[in-house]
Design a protein around this ligand. Sequence first.
Ligand code: PNW
Length: 448
Amino acid sequence: MKTDLRFPKNFVWGVATAAPQIEGAAFEDGKGESIWDRFSRIPGKCHNGDNLDVANDHYHLFKQDFALMRKLGVKHYRLSLAWPRIYPNGDGAVNPKGIAFYNRLFDAMLKEGITPWVTLFHWDLPQALEDRGGWRSRLVTEAFATYADTVVKAFGDRVKNWITLNEIPCFTNMGHGQGDKAPGTNETQKVINQTFHHAILCHGHAVRAVREHGGKGARVGLTDNSTIPVPVTETPADIAAAKAWFGDVNAHILGAISGGGYSAAYLKRCGADRPEVRKGDFDLISLPTDFLGMNIYSGTFVRAGKKGKPEVVAFPPDYPQTSCPWLKIVPQSIYWGTRLAHEVYGAKNIYITENGCGYDNEPFVDGEIQDLHRRDLVRNYLKELHRAIGHGVPVRGYFLWSFMDNYEWQDGYTRRFGIVHCDFKTQKRTPKLSAKWYARVMEENRLV
Ligand code: PNW
């Protein structure tokens, strides 16, 4: 059938999750405590007091989860490794049961014909490291370097696609500034900037580890949640304003990892709060990567103001959104995000490593969750991704967040992002309408 919404040959279609959000078994087989295990127990921090102890019990149910993925036609799966499962104390002795678990997991995945895309760090810092300073301390970068070496050596024969860290701004700023993510502290801007610097240094260590131990065909990249402008009108003036704004607000991360160090504008903004940088740090941070992962959920409207200067237009109260106040529905963000990452920072192979939506109220109707809202949102974003590819933006793949409803951090189990429903009492999985729709998209490599 002819359609203009066909995607390029070999386009990677997948789904995504993260270890702390689905594995459960939080204290089983020698796993150490993570900062989220600790944070979720502080009264008032997480919705309903929900914690990660059981989650989707994927630790025990992974075989059936991979069988379901296969049934839906999922061929690529982004997951993360739990650092405290491998190093219960953050560093020191490896936990052989942690390694054994992921060996079983990768073998089962490959048996179902599913290619793993593995994130080394998706926010679950070992609490033992937090107790020694966590992201504030340079020690974390040494521990992470060893962890990265260990897992790339252990699983590099089966894992060829590595993602270094997930959304650095989220766990540094929100974890140490706003206090709504673990460890949940409110610290000075200087400390926050230092946590950020240590995190991008860890990105560099992960790239180095993959180059040293990844073997033939190994590829590596960061997953960033870049701040994305959408020009109010697609006219040269507003586009130029959006482009300038994108360059500026993402310089400290996209500029830094692509060889630029910290921009003068960023350092000026930091003033006396600039992070301590050691000689050689940027040699690691700017090691070349193979792709850029982008988590794109939303954007910020920008237009040319006085003298063409970028001006942000705030969302009016009735602007459409999901159940997450931060997730305003802006499909064009995926077009402008990928296009500007390519144009401004030269990103060559871009993968959308997350896109999707969370809702609190998704009732069963005749045994099915008819999530037309999710199907519509994803389809509209994908149309914009298709437009980007048509304009020559090098987008190679798309991972829908999330494979199944899971632990949505401080919003607990109420906020559902899955295309597969999970009953957290019985652990029964039920594909939603959106899963059946997405299965057809993956199969036909076009928007249906
Ligand atoms: C991402 N924001 O988090 C994470 O990578 C996932 O683990 C998470 O479940 C998913 O998106 C849905 O939230 C984000 O405030 C959290 O803009 C917050 C924001 C963006 C992404």
